[in-house]
Design a protein around this ligand. Structure first.
Ligand SMILES: Cc1cc2nc3c(=O)[nH]c(=O)nc-3n(C[C@H](O)[C@H](O)[C@H](O)COP(=O)(O)OP(=O)(O)OC[C@H]3O[C@@H](n4cnc5c(N)ncnc54)[C@H](O)[C@@H]3O)c2cc1C
Length: 249
């Protein structure tokens, strides 16, 4: 079955943007109708290709934010980089009804499988929340018992994607814990000044290494490398620390 699905995953196909949702002032979710979607696992991504009238084309990868209940649309969330080639087009220009080319799902390593019984630690920097949100949504839909902890680093409270949904999920689900790290501006009354993710954060808000959690770290390359190095220094098994680097410094 996996083999049969492979040619479909690697072929480019047209998808329709059925709706858009603003997540923050600089991030937007595209809700995609994909006629030949084979389904996906939480953590996988897709490749998207844009082609200009003169034939110039640009390709980028985007993680899938939605889970997969067996049918329905596929959601991706794009963080605008002001000097970027592709992301400003996706956040500012694309509209409902537009067609885009994509292929996927892609990736088999940075994937959470509900059959895995151990606790899960998710560590997100900025748009690195996207594939981790798919894992949180998948766990919620399945009513899975594995406890999840998310540490989510954002510049300011306004930059947090899915903030209302995360609040609601934490309120309704004692097995999900979310801790924010603010790097530039914290909310009024926040107990700590803005700071980058550090040993104390991962030590206090992650799972102890003795619990042997599955760890997923995602975000800009420098963020991922810093967080993964700290986790390994704290005693986590490097084989259990899965990373996805989105690029940049
Ligand atoms: C597997 C995978 C999944 C991804 N999933 C997502 C996702 O869900 N949402 C999302 O918004 N992006 C995601 N990305 C990043 C995405 O593919 C693009 O790299 C990003 O949108 C920037 O493209 P651009 O054309 O706008 O910028 P570019 O023109 O490619 O780059 C502009 C400048 O920004 C820097 N830069 C590139 N990427 C980043 C970054 N991630 N952070 C900081 N600086 C950067 C470059 O070094 C360059 O200086 C993913 C990347 C990978 C590899």
């Amino acid at each position: 079955m996996v083999r049969a699905a492979l040619p479909g995953r690697l072929s480019w196909q047209a998808a329709t943007v059925s709706a858009v949702r603003e997540e923050t002032p600089s991030a937007r979710t595209l809700i995609l109708d994909i006629p030949d979607w084979s389904g996906h696992l939480p953590g996988q991504h897709l490749d998207l290709r844009l082609t200009a009238e003169d034939g110039y084309s640009a390709q980028r990868s985007y993680s899938i934010a939605s889970d997969w209940p067996g049918d329905g649309p596929v959601e991706i969330t794009i963080q605008r980089l002001d000097d970027g080639e592709v992301s400003p087009y996706l956040t500012d220009v694309v509209q409902a009804g537009d067609q885009i080319e994509l292929r996927g799902p892609i990736g088999g390593w940075f994937v959470w499988r509900a059959a895995q019984p151990v606790p899960v630690l998710l560590v997100a920097g900025g748009s690195g929340i996207v594939p981790l949100m798919s894992m949180i949504r998948d766990r919620g839909r399945r009513r899975a018992r594995q406890p999840f902890r998310l540490i989510y680093s954002v510049r300011t409270p306004q930059d947090a994607c899915y903030a209302d949904e995360l609040r609601r999920r934490v309120r309704d689900d004692p097995g999900l814990d979310v801790h924010f790290v603010y790097t530039r501006k914290a909310p009024d009354g926040w107990p700590a000044p803005p700071k980058r993710i550090d040993v104390a954060t991962l030590n206090s808000h992650g799972w102890p290494p003795d619990f042997a959690p599955d760890v997923f770290v995602c975000g800009p390359t420098a963020f991922v490398e810093t967080a993964a190095d700290i986790l390994v220094a704290l005693g986590h098994d490097p084989k259990k620390v899965r990373t996805e680097r989105f690029g940049g410094k």
